[in-house]
Design a protein around this ligand. Structure first.
Ligand SMILES: [Zn+2]
Length: 617
């Protein structure tokens, strides 16, 4: 128990010292934090990476990725997505992935590496204003505190007795209680709130984390508490099951900057490694189903959080699993939910299978009654999409379904086949067989079915191109024309051959750049290279706050690397810039000359008026 309390008081001091200001860490500290967090390790905590040549590749979390597009270089300590263009260093990855500001990403990684951060003092005249934005790091901290508090309640001799009995009766073991950080919100309207106040935790923060209501009462009262973590183990929210059958059976934390239930899966942290090594993820619907499955040694199981399977869940699982098995209830609602999930997965090119439980049983009951082997059999007997849809089609034609109902069943089936064809899940031979089967059942000519399939396939392709066009998240405007190209060339060269800065700085300055993004990059590069001519890309990125600039820096570096020929390209670019400047100068002089002539004429025409007052005439 003392360990838990120790943790709580350590955390309690956290929010007293935090503020949310950019530039509050000096550059050497930032570099130290960056170097202590290997980018491959950090990104691996979020997605699974495989070695490919000298780099690591994985599914990009920043766009709807269908093949591993995210490349991570351990040598350069950068990442880059070749599909959507996202790129940067370890800070940029976390900024984008966890929606953090630059200083928040520094804090998060400093903590990960066990580095104590030194803050630079604000300059004279500068006051530190706390930011109005919600800080996800602080939310995670307050959640950890609450999770520990709930656990203390459960383990309290008196307070937790009844709930511990209930858990034991549900056959959840003490090991599982610990592994899943189960806890108890006692039957009091403001127990957590009072405990938080005693620890000087701001009430506002509790509200932002969804732990208290707008009326300043505890959100979770008399409930068995399930701690929800993200894939890295961060506490992002809670689920609570009622202990006195009042209110909803289950409630969850509301949506916060940390928690969104349509993108979160319970147990992903615990199941992740087994999912990757088995290549399969099994999805159930309840907390206890998930816990029980793990307790039985089926550890590739995750649960949705009181929602049906969403596209967001599909995107998350695709990063770890080749195949997703959905375990569903065989009642009508269960079948409809499975059908919807299937359509979502198919359009995301996920291999999804469906396994149905005996009617009226949830996975937890089934495991306890039938055991691990039969549960695993159920999962491996899962049917694929075509079988499932085929069963629906034949069921519709075997029954006295209406004509409209039958047409709907055919259309649904053909749509599935078309999407699967587009996704490359169906071979031409299979297509022939399917067309034959459908033709027999519905008594329609094979040619007609084929034509209908082709039409739907074209639609699927059009939809895909449209989506691909809208996926380019980091389309950066580098300007047009020779002058803009020359500016870009100089940056591309300097990022690959920083030593050439000696030549560059004699000829140009950053304020010469007129393409906004290149001007910002030039400012950072000039500043960095002026003090450290050997600066690596990672060091330059450590000075960059915005994720857009980060992506742009990586893009320019790689474009430059591919083109090579640095010295010649630099000479060409600098000449172009010089010519442009000279031209601009000439045209400026010409303009001034024109104005003088104009004024002279006006003066001549109006007689004795002073030319400088001509505007007043
Ligand atoms: Zn991407």
């Amino acid at each position: 128990m003392s360990g838990l309390l120790g943790g709580v008081s350590r955390i309690a001091s956290f929010w007293r010292s935090q503020s949310n200001m950019a530039g509050m860490f000096d550059n050497s500290t930032v570099i130290q934090v960056q170097q202590a967090n290997d980018i491959v390790d950090v990104i691996s905590e979020h997605i699974s990476l495989k070695k490919k040549g000298r780099e690591m590749v994985g599914m990009c979390p920043f766009h709807d990725d269908h093949r591993p597009s995210l490349n991570v270089s351990s040598v350069k300590q950068i990442f880059k997505c070749f599909a959507c263009g996202a790129g940067g260093d370890v800070f940029k990855f976390l900024q984008m992935r966890e929606n953090l500001t630059f200083p928040q990403a520094i804090e998060r990684l400093a903590e990960r590496a066990g580095i104590k951060l030194k803050r630079t003092k604000p300059e004279k005249g500068q006051t530190q204003k706390p930011s109005e934005d919600i800080d996800p790091n602080k939310l995670a901290k307050v959640n950890v505190w609450a999770a520990k508090y709930f656990q203390q309640n459960l383990h309290d001799e008196k307070k937790g007795k009844q709930t511990r009995d209930y858990i034991a009766q549900r056959q959840i073991t003490p090991e599982s209680i610990k592994k899943w950080q189960l806890g108890l919100a006692i039957n009091s309207p403001d127990d957590l709130l009072r405990a938080a106040k005693a620890k000087n935790i701001p009430v506002k923060l509790l509200g932002q984390a969804g732990l208290i209501t707008a009326q300043h009462q505890d959100k979770f009262v008399n409930r068995l508490m399930f701690t929800i973590t993200d894939v890295t183990g961060r506490v992002i929210g809670f689920g609570g099951r009622t202990l006195d059958e009042t209110g909803a059976k289950y409630i969850n934390s509301p949506t916060t900057p940390l928690f969104d239930k349509s993108n979160s899966l319970y147990g992903l942290e615990q199941a992740r490694h087994q999912i990757v090594s088995a290549g399969t993820a099994v999805v159930v619907e309840g907390y206890t189903d998930c816990i029980m499955a793990h307790q039985f040694g089926c550890t590739n199981i995750v649960a949705t959080l009181g929602t049906s399977f969403t596209a967001g869940h599909g995107r998350v699982l695709r990063r770890y699993a080749k195949k997703v098995v959905l375990l569903f209830d065989s009642d009508i609602a269960g079948i409809e939910a499975a059908n919807r999930a299937l359509d979502i997965c198919l359009s995301q090119r996920i291999d999804i299978r469906l396994a149905s439980l005996p009617e009226g049983k949830d996975p937890c009951d089934f495991l306890l009654a039938a055991g691990k082997e039969r549960f695993e059999q159920l999962v491996s007997d899962a049917v694929d999409v075509f079988q499932f849809k085929w069963n629906r089609l034949t069921a519709s034609f075997g029954s006295n379904d209406t004509l409209a109902g039958k047409r709907l069943a055919i259309e649904e089936y053909l749509q599935t086949i078309a999407t699967a064809l587009w996704a490359g899940n169906v071979s031409p031979i299979d297509r022939g067989l399917i067309v034959n089967q459908v033709s027999k059942i519905i008594g329609l000519d094979g040619k007609q079915i084929n034509a209908e399939l082709s039409k739907r396939l074209r639609q699927a392709q059009r939809a895909a191109t449209y989506n691909a066009k809208n996926q380019k998240a980091w389309t950066i405007d580098y300007g047009r024309g020779l002058f803009a190209t020359a500016q870009r060339e100089v940056m591309e060269v300097l990022l690959n051959e920083p030593k050439l800065f000696e030549i560059v700085k004699q000829k140009i300055t950053p304020d010469l750049f007129d393409v906004p993004i290149l001007r910002q990059i030039a400012a950072i590069l000039f500043e960095t290279l002026n003090t450290n001519i050997d600066a690596s890309l990672a060091e330059i990125l450590a000075k960059t706050e915005s994720v857009e600039l980060g992506s742009s820096l990586v893009e320019l570096t790689q474009a430059g690397e591919e083109k090579g020929n640095f010295r010649a390209r630099l000479t060409g670019a600098l000449n172009a810039i010089e010519r442009y400047q000279a031209q601009k100068q000439t045209s400026l002089i010409e303009t001034i000359e024109d104005q003088r002539q104009f004024l002279r004429k006006v003066y001549e025409n109006t007689g004795k008026e002073n030319p400088h007052n001509v505007g007043m005439v």
